[in-house]
Every structure is written in C-alpha cells, then in structure tokens.
Design a protein around this ligand. Structure first.
Ligand SMILES: Nc1ncnc2c1ncn2[C@@H]1O[C@H](COP(=O)(O)OP(=O)(O)OP(=O)(O)O)[C@@H](O)[C@H]1O
Length: 228
C-alpha cells in the first residue's frame, strides 16, 4: 500500500531531510518509525499524505502515484488516510461530536449517517458519554482519543500517527496504543513515528529506523534501539 523508491527530499532552505529511501509497506501492517531527532521521520511520514512533495523518486500510496499527483487530486488520496498528531489538533470551539463529524460532513454524508458513524467511533475509543464536551473539558488522553476517532471515521485504509503519545503520560499512552492495535486488527495499516522505547520494545511490531534521511534498519518485531 506504500511504496517508496529512491526518495529524496531537499527543503527550499537546502536541508536534505530524506536521502534515498526505499520502503514497502503492505496493507494491514503496523510499523513504527524511529530515529534520532531531525533524522527525517516526520518528513517521511508527511510525504505519504502529500504534506511534503518528494524532490526526487517514486512514491505510491494506495495505488496513487504521489510524485506527480495533481494538487486537486490530493483530497482523494487523503480520504483514505487518517492522521493523528502529537498535539491532537482538535478544533477548540467544536464539541467532541462535531470534531469527529467534521471529517464526514466535508464529504457530504447525510446527518443520519454522520450521527451513526460518529457515535460508533466514539464508542470504539470509549468516549460516547463525552460527545457534547469541548476539547478543553477533556484530559490529554481523551483529546487524543477524539483525534483518533476523527482519523478513522471515514474508514481509512491507513492511519498515520506522528508521535501520538508524545504529550501523554505512560498509562494514557498504553490506552492509546491499545486503541491503535484494535484499529490495526480490523485491517487498517498503522504507521507511527515514536520516541518511546518502552512502547516499541513492549508492543513488538515492524521497526523502520531512519538516520540522516536513510533507512538504517528495517526489522519485523524489532527493537527501539536508541537510549532515549
Ligand atoms: N519545512 C521545513 N523546511 C526546512 N527544513 C525542514 C523542514 N521540515 C524539516 N526540516 C529539516 O529536515 C530535517 C528532518 O526533519 P524531520 O522533522 O523530518 O525530522 P524528525 O526525525 O521527524 O525529527 P523529530 O524526531 O525531532 O520530530 C531536519 O534537519 C529539519 O530541520
């Protein structure tokens, strides 16, 4: 479902963040992306939902070629990708329900479908009883669960999580991981950048390590491999 061949990214300021990446990820895999700060993990991840365009190389996601994808086709790509961020990025003035519904309404679903689907995903993340709350009234872990509900409400084939537990305490982080594993168990591919040694070494999955913009390690049931 993700295929990168000879991918390079040099930002306009001259920094080369990706330096020849070759990676294939199949539908249904759970993959951690690890590596030191500034190694290129976020750039790698952003390339998959076309937040970043490659300077050189082939990028295919869900059978779409991204290196030459027209800007107006980008929403079609993103419809099959849910994104979860470290800082949640919820809309502060909208309720939990509205934050999640927003992702569906933009593709013009009927109110009935929206309600059913939003309540289904809120149930999955254990927040059905907080549908009317606004983000400020929730804990960090709860906000991240809303962000996950929003990411999966469209039944994406792929969920990308950029340090989803980075702002959470350990106990809450395990809860978030449990939810991501449940989503993965339904066949959704999960790609997660993380600095959490505990998580990577405990919940064993494929590990792709990036250093200086290159894949230096790619192991099934791999280790985190760094001290911090
Ligand atoms: N928009 C940008 N413009 C210019 N340089 C950038 C941009 N984004 C990232 N970089 C640079 O590219 C390199 C890789 O950054 P990236 O954010 O991909 O690393 P990372 O591995 O995700 O780091 P971290 O673990 O700290 O989040 C860094 O040197 C960074 O300064």
């Amino acid at each position: 479902m993700i295929d990168m061949q000879g991918v390079y990214k040099t930002y306009p300021n001259g920094v080369t963040a990706l330096n020849g990446i070759d990676v294939k990820i199949d539908q249904g895999e759970f993959v951690y992306v690890v590596g030191p700060s500034g190694a290129g993990k976020s750039t790698f991840i952003k390339m998959i939902f076309r937040e970043v365009k490659p300077s050189k190389g082939i990028v295919r996601v869900n059978n779409m070629s991204l290196h030459n994808l027209k800007w107006k086709r980008v929403p079609y790509l993103r419809r099959n990708i849910g994104v979860v961020y470290q800082d949640f990025k919820l809309l502060p003035k909208l309720t939990v329900f509205e934050n999640v519904a927003f992702a569906l309404e933009v593709i013009e679903e009927t109110p009935k479908v929206v309600r059913k689907r939003v309540m289904e995903v809120l149930d999955l993340v254990g927040l059905k009883n907080k549908a009317r709350f606004i983000p400020d009234e929730l804990s960090g872990g709860e906000q991240q669960r809303v962000a996950i509900a929003r990411a999966i409400v469209n039944h994406p084939k792929l969920v990308i999580a950029d340090e989803p537990t980075g702002n959470l305490d350990p106990e809450t982080s395990w809860e978030i991981m449990k939810i991501l594993e449940e989503i993965n168990a339904t066949g959704t591919t999960i790609l997660m950048a993380t600095h959490s040694k505990e998580i990577v070494n405990t919940i064993k999955k494929r590990v792709i390590a990036i250093e200086d913009g290159m894949v230096v390690r790619d192991e099934h049931r791999g280790e985190y491999g760094y001290e911090i």
